[in-house]
Design a protein around this ligand. Sequence first.
Ligand SMILES: *[C@@H]1O[C@H](CO)[C@@H](O)[C@H](O)[C@H]1NC(C)=O
Ligand SMILES: *[C@@H]1O[C@H](CO)[C@@H](O)[C@H](O)[C@H]1NC(C)=O
Ligand SMILES: *[C@@H]1O[C@H](CO)[C@@H](O)[C@H](O)[C@H]1NC(C)=O
Ligand SMILES: *[C@@H]1O[C@H](CO)[C@@H](O)[C@H](O)[C@H]1NC(C)=O
Ligand SMILES: *[C@@H]1O[C@H](CO)[C@@H](O)[C@H](O)[C@H]1NC(C)=O
Length: 495
Amino acid sequence: MFCLSNVFIFQLIFFAELKESFAEDFNLFGEAGQAYSIEISIGHPGQKLNVIVDTGSATLAIASYQRPDSDKYFHLKNSTSIYESGQEIQAQYSQGTWVGKLVSDYVHFPSMVNVPEVRSDIALITKSHKFFMNGSGWQGLLGLAYLPVGAWGDNVIVGSWLDSMDHMLNNPMSFQLKLCGVQGLTNATHYGNLKILDDQMVAKNESYIFRTPVLRKRWFVVGVLSVQVMSPSDSSVAKLKTENNATNFTRDRSIYEIDEDLCQRLNKQKSIVDSGTTNIRLPDELFTQVVNDLRIAAQKSNILILDEFWYHGEAACWPQPQRWSLPRLAIHLLDFDAENQYFTLELPPQNYMRVVSAREGAGRVAEFCYKLGLEAGGKETVLGYTAMEGLQVVFNRSAGWIGWKTSNCGPNATISGPYNTSSSILVKCKLIEPLSDPAISIKAAQWTLFVISMVALGVLIYLLTPCIKMLITKPLPRSQQISLSQAALVEQEGT
Ligand SMILES: *[C@@H]1O[C@H](CO)[C@@H](O)[C@H](O)[C@H]1NC(C)=O
Ligand SMILES: *[C@@H]1O[C@H](CO)[C@@H](O)[C@H](O)[C@H]1NC(C)=O
Ligand SMILES: *[C@@H]1O[C@H](CO)[C@@H](O)[C@H](O)[C@H]1NC(C)=O
Ligand SMILES: *[C@@H]1O[C@H](CO)[C@@H](O)[C@H](O)[C@H]1NC(C)=O
Ligand SMILES: *[C@@H]1O[C@H](CO)[C@@H](O)[C@H](O)[C@H]1NC(C)=O
């Protein structure tokens, strides 16, 4: 008992130090179990709200009505700079739907002083179903993915905030997420940092060695080749790697093969990197396999946890904070530089044993609760923020890659590789198949695409760039200012 409390105090001090040195860097925070959000200021005069930083969608969507559990929302009438398009838009999310109207207004982020204020399309949510969580600390989403996964309406294109920035600055913008998880054992609030990076101004030493290609610029679709529980012998590799600061690690020059069947199953529908999702979501059979391995490892270390925790997403609680002696989880990702190479994210148990509530004694019973950061997801693979904590992740939107680095905060996640395989992973894992049948894509879509067929969608994307340029240089009648009909787009091609 004495020993245990010593450990506890040591960790508290350790975390307290961490927090002190990085506190000024944090501009993202999330309450237990919720994704990371950032403070946004919308309109003139600025109204401050919190939005989830979401790489799984592309629209800036904000609550604009009073909900029973929250009176924080955007007051349209108070902004002098708002343009109303009069157009209805809607979106369907994996958990919930909303209906709203398309407007445009000025947007800036008080925590990112170097990022200029820009006029951006905004979806003002007027009605929603199972979208806002009860008592959630956020009032909307900041979609950071590519345009095709924006919200849609009848002949409406909803531009993304990042695209508005690109066009205003006439320069492509990337962004970096540094998610640090909880900052103490007794508080489940998690912290992180979002940084917008100008592609033209990237310092040379800011290079990313571990990069995975974005296979399709819709969501951030990547090639996830395997997700597996590492054996204890692999873990020593991880340890050595940390000492060498994740860069100049040398390993034997052997060939590492990829399980063909496994990687095909992982990417069959799609694999995406989505900061708006909490867990690592795996296709059903693979989820069972990985969780079986973890459960067996836990039993071997005499950690007694019920099956409800492992298989049904229920929380497990203890009177003290837990230090896990569980194996690392390895996620193999296709390498950007060569199609026969991959690298591995190695996640410690602090990543996947998520703290969901932490309560100290002080008169009440102390309770520290955890949930498994893995879930079954039908046929999809989603790397939620659980797979990003303890890492620094750059989304290079224009070049189409995601770069991974170890981070100075959060769980001790590491990266190893690159590993060579004998033949093209793209071919082996069938990562280069043409876009699947529209019906399937629509069903699979996290945001359902309404009305417009996939063919029309292709035309729209092709034509979009000139349209936005025209928008900026030539004032349009108010009703057309922020939404371009399909007809207008086709007309422009002729001119
Ligand atoms: C909106 O404006 C009204 C009156 O002008 C004011 O009372 C109210 O506080 C404002 N609300 C917000 C959120 O700015
Ligand atoms: C939301 O929270 C309030 C108070 O915290 C509670 O009264 C209400 O039942 C909750 N609603 C749902 C749907 O959980
Ligand atoms: C956790 O910390 C945040 C900010 O530091 C604070 O607002 C919140 O009340 C704390 N939560 C608990 C359960 O102590
Ligand atoms: C994104 O990639 C382009 C092309 O390789 C490069 O010029 C740019 O600096 C990259 N941006 C970031 C933020 O690394
Ligand atoms: C892996 O393959 C690349 C070429 O594709 C080669 O340059 C490199 O030396 C190989 N690395 C190892 C460790 O075999």
